[in-house]
Design a protein. Structure first.
Length: 289
């Protein structure tokens, strides 16, 4: 079956980004990936299994691969089924979820599919707060994960910022509790209450990394970039980035992390809200960074 997908293009991208035997947090634009791979005579589920197998071989027997499968609907629907509730952070994760729900972590909003050496350790985490001090985000730092994004800028996958914001208890967010009916892998439903570090809507429309941060990370080698044909790909050292995020937020400088106030556009913040991520991605595609 593998002859129906040619991984030479992806091999070249990962080699340029220097990815081998790593711990990877993977963010993928699935349809950009399909354009690169051009699978023949197989469906998306078959292609996704082959893609997973490729990345597992790439990280080796000591590596870890984590893919987000966040479910935002659980908050207003007030229910979550760890098997049936879809991932809403990308097609790749949602397709893999159909086959590997037993590898999904516990938190209904911020859940992940975990593959590799430490997958059992990550699965055991039972934090009711999605960005708690000892939640899985901590291990992205401790275990020296790299955020790899294929087809888009890594800031689209950088929810990790909210973990740093929670550690420092920034004044524009708060821990919002939400109750729901939780159905586990054994099809047992229980009433539970979870929380996450939500925006204070009266003061914050969005928070995230800045354009200055993107330049700094690229110049300092904390992030790396490679353009292949008509696709952009990135690698980010999460530990080094987190140290700088923490220092920046502690000083309230807003150089690396900032937020958009209601009725006060902040075009330095990278987000879809102001179109700045798309503009930055266009600049990378045109190689004018």
């Amino acid at each position: 079956m593998k002859k129906n997908i040619n991984f030479d293009h992806i091999e070249r991208i990962l080699d340029k980004l220097n990815i081998k035997n790593n711990n990877i947090y993977l963010g993928v634009d699935y349809f950009v990936l399909m354009k690169i791979l051009k699978p023949k005579n197989i469906n998306y589920f078959e292609a996704t299994d082959i893609i997973l197998d490729f990345f597992l071989k790439k990280i080796g027997k000591f590596g870890n691969l984590i893919i987000p499968v966040f479910n935002f609907d659980c908050i207003h629907k007030k229910k979550f089924n760890i098997i049936k509730s879809p991932g809403q952070t990308g097609v790749l994760g949602n397709l893999l979820l159909k086959k590997y729900p037993h590898l999904r972590t516990d938190h209904p909003l911020y859940s992940f599919l975990c593959f590799g050496k430490n997958s059992k350790k990550y699965k055991k985490l039972k934090n009711l707060n999605g960005t708690a001090k000892n939640s899985i985000w901590k291990y992205f730092i401790d275990d020296e994960f790299e955020l790899v994004s294929l087809g888009h800028h890594y800031s689209r996958s950088l929810t990790h910022i909210h973990y740093i914001e929670n550690l420092l208890d920034v004044d524009y967010r708060f821990n919002l509790k939400f109750p729901l009916i939780y159905t586990n892998l054994n099809n047992i439903s229980l009433k539970k209450t979870y929380s996450f570090f939500a925006r204070k809507r009266e003061v914050c429309d969005f928070s995230g990394m800045t354009k200055k941060c993107d330049k700094l990370f690229l110049n300092e080698g904390i992030s790396s970039f490679y353009k292949y044909r008509n696709s952009i790909c990135f690698k980010l050292n999460i530990k080094e980035a987190s140290n700088l995020f923490y220092s920046d937020l502690k000083k309230n400088s807003e150089n690396l992390i900032s937020y958009i106030r209601p009725n006060k556009p902040n075009h330095d913040v990278l987000c879809n809200y102001n179109g700045s991520i798309s503009e930055l991605e266009d600049r990378y595609l045109k190689k004018i960074i």
